[in-house]
Design a protein around this ligand. Sequence first.
Ligand code: SAM
Ligand code: SF4
Ligand code: SF4
Length: 338
Amino acid sequence: MLRDRLQRVLRDLRISVTDRCNFRCSYCMPHDDYEWSPREEILRYEEIARLAGIFVSLGVRRIHLTGGEPLLRHDLFRLVEMLALITELEDLSLTTNGTLLSVSRARELKRAGLKRVNVSLDSLRPERFRRMTRWGELGAVLSGIDAAREAGLQPIKLNMVVIRGVNDDEIVDLFEFARREGHQIRFIEYMDVGGAQEWSLERTVTRREILERLAAHVDFDREGRSRRDAPAREYPLADEGGRFGVVSSVSDPFCSGCSRGRLTADGRFVTCLFAHDGHDLRTPMREGRDDADLRQRIASTWSNRDDRYSEERLKAIASGRIGELPGQAKLRMIQLGG
Ligand code: SAM
Ligand code: SF4
Ligand code: SF4
């Protein structure tokens, strides 16, 4: 098993299939003008599938497709079909903003072998939703969520990024919506990822606060539980089968169990969500290097990994040095896919 310098294994791979998006969420893409990666630099499906196979041979067991908005790629089901052929994979999922998820598209993805979807949903109020995503329309996202259910892409996980003064008054509403619709919800602390120029610590609503707001509304196990390598801590409800999750990258980081690698749309292998660059796999692949060569590159990149940005951020917060953290030179969220 492949281990990094802090003894963490490589288990999960998030693949960003495009850096383009049809939204401009204020916490992810606060500007209007973006220079997209040129088309020829974006990996073809065959190239992604080849790299995925090599990653799996090194221990990856869960693959997550993301972006930008992954459903902007044509015939994404073809990539899913290729990945679904990798028998060692235990999970194959997709994170989307949901707008391009028609019933026929959701069925196509399901038939191709996709197991489940995560949909981002930050507000249930149409105007606010539009303000937060800037280009998004709430109705289209809700239809997308219904389409995923109709196609059997379940369980559906809803992701809500909680931002103080923006949507933190909707925590209970979103919780209730998910409960009523039979979906799982995860509340995500607003993070200083690359591209989040509007981030500030004051705007992050911490896990403790999120739990307090929910505790005033519903009974749940306040201790919660977490899988060592899962970012979300899960909180089972007291009197029914449901649960919700909280991803607390800012107030309680999980770097010590982080088993996640990321592949950018242009073929860079990145070992941390807050990294400044990645290891280019596209160039050697297109120069004709064989699988053993690429495998070696991935293995040595992971073996040298010592990333623990969120833990360092927490230390900086505790000692009042938050301003000294590296700023926007980080790779952008749309390149890494969350
Ligand atoms: N476009 C798809 C979507 O929005 O679901 C997939 C890519 S998006 C970058 C993946 C996830 O990152 C989304 O759930 C989004 O809410 C989350 N995200 C983006 N910026 C964030 C930030 N500053 N803090 C926390 N989560 C963020
Ligand atoms: Fe696009 Fe997703 Fe980023 Fe929103 S969070 S701008 S939908 S990539
Ligand atoms: Fe993993 Fe980096 Fe996030 Fe820590 S900060 S949990 S190492 S991605």
